[in-house]
Structures are given as structure tokens and as C-alpha cells.
Write a protein that binds this ligand. Structure first.
Ligand SMILES: O=C(O)c1ccccc1N[C@@H]1O[C@H](COP(=O)(O)O)[C@@H](O)[C@H]1O
Length: 197
């Protein structure tokens, strides 16, 4: 099970996620309590070992803004929320990053339909920490897809059993307050995923 920990803004929390065994780490570079500048994301990403994917998270920005932030931060993946058109993914393809299309359950759930590499199926309001009906998407997405939206150490095993995803993604559920990550919760989340199989 692939695990992404998202919305990191402190070096100690990046280190905790790497130490706990995260496969990917996300830096939010759009409006959010977790927002970091591309320069701050670059600092944080520089401490991430090569086997862990660094992901820049965006929502609704135009491709040129995303391109500039991705180049400054040096992230190796770009996650686009907000129903971007297919053309936006094609416009970023030449940068060479892993492209992640983040959608809610009403969207086209075929990974690759927009030339993306990974699909992320999230709650209608991304980053809100609100659980939703994970079972509603069971068997619907095709290809490599991550489940997100209201996951936590306490419910991630249930969510995996309900939706049967390829991977999971968490932000609010490993925080003590919006934007404040907790290393113990990050570790507990990874342990819960590994125990769930
Ligand atoms: O985290 C945010 O604030 C955010 C803002 C804008 C777009 C996406 C955002 N986060 C993404 O939301 C999901 C799950 O979040 P949560 O666990 O329910 O809080 C995750 O993919 C984050 O990358």
C-alpha cells in the first residue's frame, strides 16, 4: 500500500514522515492553512531522500503558475485539484514530473484519462479532513489510485477495507490543529496502514 503524507511545512515533520516509511510527501502551494512558498518547499524537499516522492499540491492555478512553483521547489510530482482540463496536464508533461489528478467521486475515475500517472480520489472539499463514503468508489477507479479525505490512524484500516485503493493519502488526520503536524500521529498512521495490509 502506497502512502502519501501531505501538507508538511516543518523539517522535523518531513523527517518523521520519512522515518516512518512514507512513499511520498506533499507540500501544499495553494490557498490553505498548510500553504508553503515554493522556496520553503525547496528547503523542505532538499532533505527528502530520493526514494521518497516529493509532491507539490495545487488547486485551480494556471499551468504557468504551477510550472514556475514546481521548478522553484524542485518537487518531482505535481498534484492538481479543481477539475483542471486535460490540456493543463498536457501543458505540464514536458517538465517530466509524476502528474497526479485529484478528483471527487463524481469525476472520470480512469487513471490516465487525462494523461496523468496517478489518480487521487478525495472528498468534495480537499484538505477538510472530513470522512466521506469511501465504499462508494470501491471497484470504480482503474489503474493506480490513492484514496484521500478524512483518513486518520483510527479509520484508515476501515477505509482501505471499504474502498480497496492502491494507496492512501492523509493530511488533517495526522495534525493536532489545521496545519500543525504531529510526528506521533504520522507514525501511527503508517503503522495502521501496514497492519491493514
Ligand atoms: O491540505 C490542504 O489544505 C489542501 C488544500 C488544497 C488542495 C488540497 C489540499 N489537501 C489535500 O487533501 C487531501 C486529503 O486531505 P485530508 O486528509 O482530508 O485533510 C490530500 O490529498 C491533500 O493533499
Amino acid at each position: 500500500m502506497y502512502v502519501k503524507i501531505c501538507g508538511l511545512s516543518e523539517p522535523a515533520h518531513v523527517a518523521a514522515a520519512v522515518e516512518a516509511g512514507a512513499d511520498a510527501i506533499g507540500f501544499v502551494m495553494t490557498r490553505s492553512p498548510r500553504r508553503v512558498t515554493p522556496e520553503r518547499a525547496a528547503e523542505l524537499a532538499s532533505a527528502v531522500p530520493g526514494h521518497v516522492l516529493t509532491v507539490g499540491v495545487f488547486r485551480g492555478e494556471d499551468p504557468e503558475t504551477v510550472r514556475a512553483a514546481a521548478l522553484t521547489s524542485g518537487v518531482r510530482a505535481i498534484q492538481l485539484h479543481g477539475r483542471h482540463p486535460h490540456a493543463d496536464f498536457l501543458a505540464l508533461r514536458d517538465l517530466g514530473p509524476t502528474l497526479v489528478r485529484a478528483v471527487d467521486s463524481e469525476a472520470d475515475l480512469r487513471c490516465g484519462a487525462y494523461d496523468e500517472d496517478l489518480l487521487l480520489v478525495d472528498a468534495p472539499h480537499a484538505g477538510s479532513g472530513q470522512p466521506w463514503d469511501w465504499a462508494a468508489v470501491r471497484g470504480r477507479p482503474s489503474g493506480r489510485w490513492l484514496l484521500a479525505g478524512g483518513l486518520s490512524p483510527d479509520n484508515v484500516a476501515e477505509a482501505i477495507a471499504a474502498a480497496d485503493p492502491w494507496g492512501v493519502d492523509v493530511s488533517s488526520g495526522v495534525e493536532t490543529a489545521p496545519g500543525v503536524k504531529d510526528p506521533a500521529l504520522i507514525e501511527a498512521f503508517l503503522k495502521a496502514v501496514r497492519s491493514a495490509g
